[in-house]
Design a protein around this ligand. Structure first.
Ligand SMILES: Nc1ncnc2c1ncn2[C@@H]1O[C@H](COP(=O)(O)OP(=O)(O)OP(=O)(O)O)[C@@H](O)[C@H]1O
Ligand SMILES: [Mg+2]
Length: 240
């Protein structure tokens, strides 16, 4: 079976005016469906750049990217958007929520982009909000939520499309350890349900809860290791 994600000598050079920065070099690896991968490495090593390319938000400047076995380098922006809308959920740094919209509106947004009818959008979004335990905040503007609550909204929004793969860049970075644990518990639970998870983290307790740790240094893969004894996080708060 084809890997869900495969790269061949992926490279990214940012060029601004006369300065160029090599952010990624020779990234050759693959991710199988159902894996839970943690990407770790020092600040500036290229982790977010890699996530953006894998998430079809940006394009590499060299190498090849295969998604579900198809080389997608030459896809148009619309084709990229279609992959994102149908297959990918994002939980990014600083949450990327729209502060003036309510929890419900934020969570329903990806369904609007996908062209789902309003009634169906509201129903599905409410189910996701319930899943992350925020039913009592459905009509709150997201600017009025705590950090942990915002992060849970971001997770609900990432899941509302039932995406095959979830990319999370430092999803526990702005949280206290208890809220971080809850978010991590969600991600583990989702992985147990068959979603592929790729997460960037600085924290070893987060990486140890994954199934595989990919270390990036200076834009290259330095080490790629399996986690033998995955740390299982308590599932408090995840409603069935
Ligand atoms: N838009 C950009 N233009 C120019 N250089 C960039 C741009 N984005 C990132 N870089 C550079 O590319 C390198 C990798 O950045 P990236 O954001 O991928 O690092 P990171 O590993 O996610 O770091 P952190 O842990 O601090 O989030 C850095 O040297 C950064 O300065
Ligand atoms: Mg980053």
């Amino acid at each position: 079976m084809d890997a869900l994600i495969r790269t061949e000598k992926l490279a990214k050079i940012y060029t601004n005016e006369d300065i160029s920065t090599v952010a990624l070099e020779h990234i050759t690896f693959s991710i199988q469906e159902g894996e839970f991968v943690a990407i770790v490495g020092p600040s500036g090593s290229g982790k977010s750049t890699l996530m953006q390319i894998l998430g079809c938000l940006d394009r590499p400047t060299g190498g090849k990217y295969f998604f579900e076995g198809k080389e997608i380098n030459n896809y148009t922006d619309d084709e990229f958007a279609q992959i994102r809308n149908e297959k990918i959920g994002f939980v990014f740094q600083a949450f990327n929520l729209l502060p003036r919209l309510t929890v419900l509106e934020n969570v329903a947004l990806p369904l609007m982009y996908k062209g789902v009818a309003p009634k169906e959008r509201i129903k599905t979004a409410k189910e996701m909000i319930d899943l992350v335990g925020l039913s009592d905040r459905t009509d709150y503007q997201t600017s009025r939520l705590s950090g942990g609550q915002k992060q849970r909204v971001a997770i609900a929004r990432a899941l509302v499309n039932n995406p095959k793969i979830i990319f999370a860049d430092e999803p526990t970075g702005n949280l206290d350890s208890k809220s971080g644990g809850v978010v991590l518990g969600f991600l583990q639970e989702l992985n147990d349900r068959g979603h592929t998870i790729v997460i960037v983290t600085h924290e070893s307790y987060v990486a140890e809860a994954s199934g595989r740790i990919v270390h990036i240094i200076d834009g290259k893969i330095d080490k790629d290791e399996k986690v033998i004894h995955r740390r299982v996080v308590a599932q408090e708060g995840f409603r069935k």
